[in-house]
Design a protein around this ligand. Structure first.
Ligand SMILES: [Zn+2]
Length: 543
């Protein structure tokens, strides 16, 4: 096997020999930027009403992507056509039906919904109601390889556990992001027979003041899809009652305990990790209910068939979610309430389409099949991608890699990228080659607390054992300020629209970079493989 360095030198040489002259390259890049701009402006238009999964606006966006894929010369993934239809269940909290009552020797205290806590949505008609003793379990994480077991010595069967958000400090950032995920922590509680799970904020979260955003999202619909047993798929259904406390709610729950919330916070802070678990002197009553409705939405999938008979059975995916947050309910006249999602993720879909265009126009077809996928219901919890991994749309073919594009905050001319997942599989070497060909530097994750690695669709493919990557633009050359400003002022707000100063030339270069990575994977003799002993590879891969 050649080293990555030799291969990158070789490909550099090839690029130098084959690259079009400066002026021609500039013209091609300008054309790509114009196509991307047209796609973003269409998809982020008010007429699509924020492209929420299950709405007409989303379906219109999906029709547009089908049109564009046809124009580019892609083909439908199978006989069913371009769309993989998904039945979704939607749940909107009944804000009056939630209860969180703390029962102690001193009497009962009822917490105030939205001021102290938020009850989880329920996807079943009955809602939930649990009355049980409360056990504090640190971060609620079980990581034997790191000697971590938050449940050690505690019996939580039939009880309500309460845990800090996040995961113990000191772990590798992507691994920590895995352990911080709600579904993972719920699974540990479920394995031990817990009946309820309550999350509470860490010191870092309190400092970031996430609560107002959590509250504003509380009125929005949540979704899941109907799973293999024809029931709405949810993580850990036996953990029936789930809620999230804020600082004031947590303080009330731990009032009068030997170690109260402020003492827990003091221990949690400073990198020492959360204090050990213990039984509270209290029990709690937790209930909630949601208004339910069902809807249908579709992933859009176009393919370019591989030219090699054997390798064509393997599929390299380029994915980008097409859905966004719709329209704020109860909008007042004159108020901008449409979540256009220009950056998140019309720009990612446009980049995916440009990568498809490059693949189709490359002259020679790729050896492996390449699929271009606009995913639905990412904003509802990575649903479209998760559905694809359960119900494969590729008859007789299997996915071997996913390259995901989500929210490239291309508001500046980037010079470096962060390649999430790259160091976990042989895709890492491919990314190095492609980046060096384009003179783009690779940087380490500068914001590990954001857990970006587990927050977009590539993570569904990782969970299905498929080596995957997710590129974000780096902090150099103005990237840090651009990202921080975007997250503060526009992320998941109606102002994320096409009037933002999107750098379409940067998006064209980003499309080129993702295309090169996909192309290299599609033509390589071997399909991508997890690196020996990789945490996610060992956890999820079938071998
Ligand atoms: Zn989003």
């Amino acid at each position: 096997m050649q080293s990555a360095v030799t291969r990158s030198l070789l490909s550099l040489l090839i690029v130098v020999m084959l690259a079009p002259s400066g002026a021609a390259a500039d013209a091609a890049r300008a054309e790509a930027a114009a196509r991307i701009r047209a796609d973003v402006e269409f998809l982020a238009d008010d007429s699509l009403e924020g492209r929420e999964a299950g709405t007409d606006g989303y379906d219109d966006a999906a029709d547009y992507v089908v049109r564009r894929l046809k124009e580019i010369g892609a083909q439908p993934a199978n006989r069913d056509g371009w769309r993989q239809k998904i039945r979704l269940r939607s749940a909107v909290r009944d804000l009056d039906a939630s209860r969180f009552i703390i029962n102690s020797a001193d009497g009962a205290e009822e917490l105030r919904h939205l001021d102290d806590y938020i009850a989880a949505r329920s996807y079943s008609r009955a809602g939930f109601h649990v009355e049980a003793p409360v056990v504090y379990v640190g971060y609620g994480v079980v990581a034997p390889e790191d000697g971590v077991d938050a449940y050690q010595g505690l019996d939580v069967a039939g009880k309500i556990v309460v845990a800090f958000d996040g995961a113990p400090p000191g772990m590798n950032t992507e691994k920590r992001a895995f352990y911080a995920k709600g579904e993972v922590k719920l699974s540990y509680a479920a394995e031990r027979g817990a009946a309820g799970f309550v999350a509470m904020p860490t010191k870092a979260e309190i400092a970031r003041n996430k609560w107002p955003r959590v509250v504003s999202g509380a009125k929005a619909a949540g979704m899941t899809f109907f799973g293999p047993n024809r029931r709405p798929l949810i993580a850990a259904p036996d953990v029936r009652a789930v809620a999230t406390l804020n600082e004031s709610g947590a303080r009330k729950l731990f009032k009068g305990e030997e170690i109260d919330y402020d003492a827990l916070l003091a221990g949690e802070d400073g990198g020492k990790g959360a204090p050990k678990g213990f039984n509270l002197r209290k029990s709690a009553t937790l209930s909630g209910r949601s208004f339910l409705s069902d809807a249908t939405s579709a992933n859009v999938i176009g393919i370019i068939r591989g030219s090699d008979r054997r390798l064509a059975k393997e599929v390299v995916l380029i994915t980008a979610h097409l859905d966004h947050l719709g329209v704020t309910p109860g909008r007042k006249p004159g108020e901008d309430a449409i979540y256009n999602g220009a950056v998140d993720n019309a720009s990612g879909v446009a980049v995916m389409l440009e990568a498809a265009r490059m693949m189709a126009d490359a002259g020679e077809r790729p050896k492996r099949t390449v699929a271009f996928v606009a995913l639905t219901a990412e904003e509802k919890g990575l649903l479209g991608s998760q559905y694809m991994t359960i119900y494969s749309p590729f008859t007789g073919r299997r996915a071997v890699a996913d390259i995901n594009i989500d929210m490239p905050v291309a508001l500046f001319p980037f010079t470096d990228v962060i390649a999430f997942g790259a160091e976990r599989s042989t895709i890492g070497a491919t990314v190095e080659i492609a980046a060096s060909e384009m003179g783009v530097a690779l940087a380490a994750d500068p914001m590990p607390d954001e857990n970006f690695f587990v927050r977009s669709d590539h993570y569904s493919f990782i969970k299905a054992g498929v080596p995957s990557i997710f590129l974000r633009l780096g902090f150099s050359n103005g990237g840090e300020k651009a990202l921080q400003d975007f997250l503060r002022d526009h992320y998941h707000q109606p102002s994320d629209d096409a009037t933002l100063p999107i750098d379409y030339d940067a998006l064209a270069r980003f499309a080129d970079l993702n295309y090169r990575i996909a192309r290299e994977i599609a033509d390589a003799p071997e399909a991508p493989a997890w690196n020996e002993g990789d945490f996610f590879g060992e956890l999820f891969s079938a071998e």
